[in-house]
Design a protein around this ligand. Structure first.
Ligand SMILES: Cc1cc2nc3c(=O)[nH]c(=O)nc-3n(C[C@H](O)[C@H](O)[C@H](O)COP(=O)(O)OP(=O)(O)OC[C@H]3O[C@@H](n4cnc5c(N)ncnc54)[C@H](O)[C@@H]3O)c2cc1C
Ligand code: SF4
Length: 510
């Protein structure tokens, strides 16, 4: 056999570079369901089910092309790891070479490389054409700069790919309309929220769900609400639905949260994009096309395109530029263990309960819930970044390390010392009160800093500022926060310190 073309679970791209020059007479596709991919972090059942179902559907497509395929499943071959699966397949097929597209997790790449070396088999890694910016292009853009700013990268991408451009200028005269996209729902709450499309599990998905419930029964989360695209056709339907029903209102309430409201106007496209069922170019084109044709709100369309063309590509570049140090980064030297309630939702803090509960139920929460609730608690509660990164990698349907790690370690936890953010994302409970109704159903009070009713987010926020007062007062982006701290009396500061110490000692009790 000439080439075994390995298609990983997050590389279900019909146009993948791995298939370039594929010759069914000399080559074979190889797909492997490996235990390690669900156990190296304690993967949510829905996340595993989604990957496996999408893989099995993709394998059927390969068969329909008439291409030979070795599909090693968890119920038959039960490979412990991708590496052991590759080793077995190479031996069985006497393959000369394993071809793969750049894995989105460097752990996987290293293990495959080692397995091939051990089997005396060549290992070829091809560039992932799915992305609009290659790793080399990003590294060139980043150069030797100590700090990187997404906004400048995004402008370059807009110009290079001619997205929302009017000649050399941005359509609407501005690159960024973020300031218009931070509204809360107000007292009356969200109105006329569209329902996301249904993707009822078919036979393959139901088989996979049964398999997951059997092999990973103690894993977190539920599969009861499984409703994710598992084929390209499903993913295209999800895209159409978003463009038609939600894109026009995507922006204004992008950051808002409300009890029981899980999906709001968000696109729910991250898992389809990350599995490569959708191409970001077609997603961007569809959004820009709808803006032009239907005259949708520019702030909403630009806001959405910035996430896909800007943040998504930027995060990937950061991952491949800053690894392996990003994986162990711990700027504040935080050492606390992840509280147990991150896996159960059993906490008295209603904001965290709501976000964890919905994560366990659906494998989904939106960006601000990830950043300003579960992430922000992590930084002010001094949780060791790697423990929280593992949690994020485990519980979200869209989690793959290239995108999860920079978002968690870099954006949410400031573990890389602000490589691409000018300040840590921290706020007190009053931010949560402003952006949601979570505080209404909470045992704590957002504006109370000390005592039995003190909101832990508030107490820990002030304590965090207190601890880093000197550094934050010299940063223009945080100096105002510190000035507010300095207005407090010494007694108030001492009381916050005492309460914070008590909270930090037993995060499980909060
Ligand atoms: C701590 C933390 C961890 C995260 N982990 C992941 C992850 O594992 N996988 C993942 O895809 N996203 C991750 N994100 C980014 C973002 O929260 C999700 O992409 C988004 O919530 C997915 O929901 P959606 O498809 O409805 O997104 P929308 O809000 O509709 O956004 C549109 C699309 O833009 C892209 N996007 C938006 N924000 C980001 C971002 N910050 N980085 C990269 N792409 C972005 C996604 O592809 C998304 O589908 C994380 C964010 C934080 C703060
Ligand atoms: S009071 Fe504090 S802990 Fe409770 S929901 Fe509000 S912000 Fe969260």
């Amino acid at each position: 056999m000439r080439n075994l073309v390995l298609v990983l679970g997050d590389q279900l791209d019909r146009e993948s570079a791995a298939f370039d020059g594929f010759d069914p007479k000399q080559d074979r596709v190889l797909m492997i369901e490996a235990f390690e991919e669900s156990t190296h972090v304690w993967s949510h059942k829905t996340r595993t089910a989604l990957f496996l179902s999408a893989m099995r559907h993709f394998a059927k497509e390969i068969e329909a092309r008439g291409w030979p395929i070795d599909y090693r499943s968890l119920d038959r071959e039960a490979d412990a790891s991708l590496a052991s699966g590759v080793t077995a397949a190479v031996a069985a097929r006497k393959a000369k070479k394993v071809v793969v597209v750049e894995p989105g997790d460097l752990r996987v790449r290293a293990s495959l490389e080692a397995a091939c070396a051990k089997s005396n088999c060549e290992f070829e890694v091809r560039i992932d054409r799915h992305f609009l910016c290659t790793v080399d292009e990003f590294k060139k853009w980043a150069g030797k700069n100590k700090s990187l700013r997404m906004e400048f990268f995004y402008r370059e991408m807009r110009k290079r790919h001619r997205v929302l451009m009017d000649g050399e200028n941005p359509i609407g005269g501005q690159w960024n309309f973020d300031a218009e996209n931070r509204k809360s729902f107000g007292k009356s709450g969200p109105q006329d929220v569209p329902t996301p499309p249904k993707f009822s599990p078919d036979t393959i998905t139901n088989e996979v769900i049964a398999l997951v419930e059997n092999k990973f029964k103690d894993h977190p989360g539920s599969t009861a609400n499984f409703n994710w695209p598992v084929t390209r056709e499903d993913a295209l339907r999800a895209l159409d639905d978003f463009i038609e029903k939600r894109l026009g209102d995507f922006g204004p309430h992008q950051d808002a949260m409300w009890t029981g409201l899980v999906f709001a106007w968000h696109s729910l496209l991250s898992s389809s994009l990350n599995l490569k069922l959708l191409n970001p170019r077609e997603v961007i084109e569809a959004a820009e096309g709808a803006y032009k044709k239907r005259k949708l709100d520019l702030a909403s369309v630009e806001g959405f395109i910035r996430q896909v063309l800007g943040w998504r590509e930027f995060m990937r570049g950061v991952y491949f530029t800053d690894m392996p140090t990003l994986k162990t980064a711990n700027h504040f030297d935080h050492k606390n263990d992840l509280p147990k309630w991150y896996w159960t939702g059993e906490t008295k803090m209603n904001c965290l309960k709501q976000c964890v509960d919905q994560t366990l139920e659906y494998g989904y929460s939106h960006h601000i819930q990830r950043l300003m609730i579960t992430g922000m608690f992590g930084i002010t509660a001094e949780i060791e970044p790697q423990q929280l990164c593992d949690w994020y990698l485990a519980v979200y349907v869209d989690a793959v390390e290239w995108v999860e790690l920079p978002n968690t370690a870099g954006m949410a936890l400031f573990a890389n010392g602000g490589r691409f953010t000018s300040k840590p994302y921290v706020a007190s409970g009053t931010y949560v009160k402003r952006m949601s109704n979570y505080c209404d159903g909470c045992a704590y009070k957002p504006d109370v800093k000390t005592g039995a009713k003190a909101c832990p987010l508030t107490t820990l926020y002030w304590n965090f500022l207190d601890k880093h007062e000197k550094t934050f007062s010299s940063n223009p982006r945080t100096s105002l926060m510190v000035k507010n701290l300095q207005r407090m009396t010494d007694e108030d500061r001492a009381a916050i310190y005492t309460d914070a110490k008590r909270m930090l000692k037993d995060l499980n009790a909060l």
